[in-house]
Design a protein around this ligand. Sequence first.
Ligand SMILES: [Mg+2]
Length: 282
Amino acid sequence: MIDLQGPTEFYDAYVFDMDGTIYLGEGLLPGAKRMIEELHRRNIPVRYLSNNPTKDPQEYSEKLARLGLPTPVDEIANTVVTTVRWLKAHHPDATVFPIAEAPLIRALDAAGIRRSENPEEIDIVIASYDRTFEYRKLQIAFDAIWFHKRAILITTNPDRYCPFPGGRGEPDAAGIVAAIEATTGATLHANMGKPEGAMLEAALAGLDVDPAHCMMVGDRLGTDIGMAVNTGMVSALVLTGDSTLAEAEALDEAHQPTFALDRIDHLIPSAARAELGWSDDD
Ligand SMILES: [Mg+2]
């Protein structure tokens, strides 16, 4: 059963998705600011995660600050961070072909990871959310994977689309993965975003906490809540973004969020909210 009332206790750390959870477009969602400030006041660690590889963590830090939530850059992890971290740990000497925008390319270069567009020397094709995707890039990936039979395929994130305010969106990395899989017959080797645990490792790096006592909060069942399920975290689906309560209820119990909340500030237990004098109209 999904709990619709909200938690009655605080957890050891809170991990937040950003888009559709903390903000939508350039606006904070109702209750987000006072909720985060209350966690800070209680000295509870807060971390932010995004599957979006088209921004640097620094850009998220600046955006959160602009919206009134100043956040150090090391409290933010996105798939630029997890992809570079994974390559350095598992394939430090590989030559990669990133189908990606500038933030990931900058981070690969900064980490000393070799890049190439020559299919004869590419070991790893990184399919990403790339709004400069074109036939030429598909051909390079195709040659490296299918013709030269040497490259593996990984992705930064498995999202189908990136939501915008008002219901529109943009095709995301899943479309690029699908194009490469469909033409080469290859299957994806690894995913650097939610719902995989690599993302949580990056988020909780440096914190001495047990994921079972940490709260994951997000608006997408497949990625945010999926990661919580995969890593044994407590989870809250906020109904301010992508997934609906009906979709959550249709899942088998093992894949359901612990909580589903209309407002993100319902993460603060109701007794504490009453003490603070919060109302849902604020
Ligand atoms: Mg989201």
